[in-house]
Design a protein around this ligand. Structure first.
Ligand code: PRP
Ligand code: MN
Ligand code: MG
Length: 181
């Protein structure tokens, strides 16, 4: 088997820390959206893991829709050029939308997405990002719910990839520079 451990340096956030934090954020979201028509919008593909676990941490039924955008491709740097690969299936009109993301890095993806969503008639739009890199911000995103602020390292796992690899790691870990340099 390939030696995955040699591709990684530190484990930054463990599976257990993620699940503890998801329970906390879910309790907060459940209270904030009590009685409101909430819809979760996951950003494919990175948000698949956090969406699946976060949605199941909520105490109520909630619709989940998906948007597929990509700005990174096989690079470690955001191009800033965002492409829609799959649009939502549902109408956001009158809905309270919570966008679920794995990470805010430069912020360019969410900045573009929030602008794109602004004209869809939602009652409100907020963001939950599991991870955020304050030092990497090129645009500051108004993100109501954040799982963890992390240093400006290239991280993989729990949905985050490098060239489509490492998404199914259970923890979030730092990718060793020899892998991408
Ligand atoms: C990654 C990540 C976020 C975005 C964050 O997605 O999942 O969506 O980049 O970076 P930014 O804040 O610098 O825009 P990516 O474009 O790699 O697509 P993926 O989710 O399919 O991996
Ligand atoms: Mn993504
Ligand atoms: Mg990616």
């Amino acid at each position: 088997a390939a030696d995955i451990a040699s591709d990684l340096t530190d484990v930054l956030v463990t599976e257990e820390q993620i699940h503890t934090r998801l329970d906390e954020v879910a309790a907060q979201v459940a209270a904030d959206y009590d009685g409101k028509d909430l819809v979760l919008v996951g950003v494919l593909k990175g948000a698949v893991m956090v969406m699946a676990d976060f949605a199941r941490a909520l105490p109520t039924l909630v619709p989940m829709d998906w948007m597929a955008v990509s700005s990174y491709g096989a690079s470690t740097k955001s191009s800033g050029v965002v492409q829609i690969r799959k649009d939502l299936d549902t109408d956001l009109h009158g809905k309270h939308v919570l966008i679920v993301e794995d990470i805010i890095d430069s912020g360019l993806t969410l900045s573009w997405l929030l602008e794109n969503f602004a004209s869809r008639g939602a009652a409100s739009i907020e963001v939950f990002a599991l991870l955020r890199k304050p030092e990497a911000a090129k645009v500051v995103i108004d993100c109501k719910y954040v799982g963890f602020d992390i240093p400006n390292d290239f991280v993989v796992g729990y949905g985050l990839d490098y060239a489509e690899k490492y998404r199914n790691l259970r923890d979030v870990a730092v990718l060793a520079p020899h892998v991408y340099s």
